[in-house]
Ligand binder design. Structure first.
Ligand code: TRP
Length: 353
């Protein structure tokens, strides 16, 4: 395996809950393709998860789940480096160092911070006056400093590996923009060219939007409209059969309503082109029966998810394998991280006597 000269790809996954079809088609399938052509590093961001003070046992179980699900979906530890963020202590040290060049103002202006700060303070309104609330006077209400510096930590995850490509969703673009800004600022402050500026990366394909089953749009955990990779056969069939539809076409070649188009979109991701065409034609000539379409859709989704589910269950009970893979991944991630941290320390004047 020759990883030299390949561009470095880094992406982190927050350790929250189970993976659904949106994660699978939106991110995972791409990661699995990338691992052949790039020097890929995928990690579970457990330190980032701490910003919302999760239950400790739950956090630990979630880290194991995510690793099992990623392996089950096709990430290959022989090709990609898989690790847990906290297994690379160099990240925490560089986070402290980089914070010396990050402004609290720019951090307070990030959209994700405002969102989460509002949640931590229990503020409903969109008021831009949250600065006052954050400084506040009520010592029972606080926004933790880790939440504010979330983008610093994310920038360090990327910069410490000198990654140039970072596959992330739209919601992370602002964080990536900050990462580039911090890299530029550091380089120019010290007159070095230590960090490359990373860009978002979709591996040639347009980002896929995976719809939910409730006719409302995107599949998402907080929407409660998800098909999970870990769903058993019965659960998954039931969810698909309950998907929202409409009254059906009344006249030939009628445009498809957004609700039903969602089902076609899912079908396009999971069924063969012939099957999709068959149902499109049936819609066009008004002979379609949504019950049949759903049965077919459930069948084709299960063909993808059931083998993954089997592997997830096997891996979840196999701590020895998980631990072996993570130890190897951490070793590789630490090697690179330590080299970068040494440079950063030296550049900043933290030098040994
Ligand atoms: N913030 C990212 C998310 O919520 C997770 C993440 C942490 C990440 N560190 C990263 C993504 C580094 C890409 C690169 O999805």
């Amino acid at each position: 395996m020759n990883q030299q000269n390949k561009e470095i790809v880094v992406s982190g996954i927050r350790a929250t809950g189970n993976l659904h079809l949106g994660n699978y088609f939106g991110a995972l399938k791409n990661f699995v393709k990338m691992q052949n052509d790039y020097d890929t590093m995928f990690f579970v961001a457990d330190l980032h998860a701490l910003t919302t003070n999760p239950d400790p046992d739950m956090l630990h179980a979630n880290v194991r789940n995510i690793v099992a699900e990623y392996l089950a979906a096709g990430l290959d530890p022989e090709k990609a480096t898989l690790f847990v963020q906290s297994d690379v202590p160099e990240v925490s040290e560089m986070y402290l160092l980089l914070n010396m060049h990050v402004g609290i103002g720019e951090l307070m202006r990030t959209a994700s911070f405002k969102d989460k700060a509002r949640k931590q303070l229990g503020i409903k309104s969109e008021s831009d006056d949250i600065e006052k609330e954050i400084i506040g006077t009520d010592s029972n209400k606080r926004v933790n400093a880790g939440l504010l510096t979330y983008p610093t930590l994310m920038a360090v995850d990327i910069l410490i590996q000198k990654a140039t490509k970072v596959p992330v969703g739209k919601d992370q673009e602002q964080h990536l923009e900050l990462t580039r800004r911090f890299a530029r600022r550091f380089n120019s402050f010290y007159g070095v060219e230590l960090f490359p500026e990373p860009t978002n990366f979709n591996f040639g394909s347009a980002p896929v939007k995976v719809p939910g089953l409730d006719g409302s749009g995107k599949m998402g955990k907080s929407e409660g409209n998800c098909l999970y990779l870990i769903d058993d056969e019965k659960t998954l069939r039931k969810k698909v059969m309950r998907a929202v539809t409409d009254e059906g076409p009344k006249v030939p070649n009628q445009p498809v309503s957004p609700t039903v188009e969602n089902l076609f979109t899912l079908m396009q991701l999971t069924s063969s082109p012939e099957v999709v065409q068959q149902y499109r034609d049936a819609y066009a000539d008004c002979s379609i029966r949504y019950g049949d379409l759903k049965k077919q859709l459930a069948e084709d989704i299960l063909k993808i998810t059931l083998p993954i589910r089997e592997r997830i269950l096997d891996l979840q009970g196999d701590d020895a394998t998980i631990s072996r893979i993570l130890r190897r991944g951490a070793e590789k991630a630490r090697e690179r991280a330590a080299a970068t941290l040494n440079e950063v320390r030296h550049v900043m004047g933290i030098r040994r006597f």
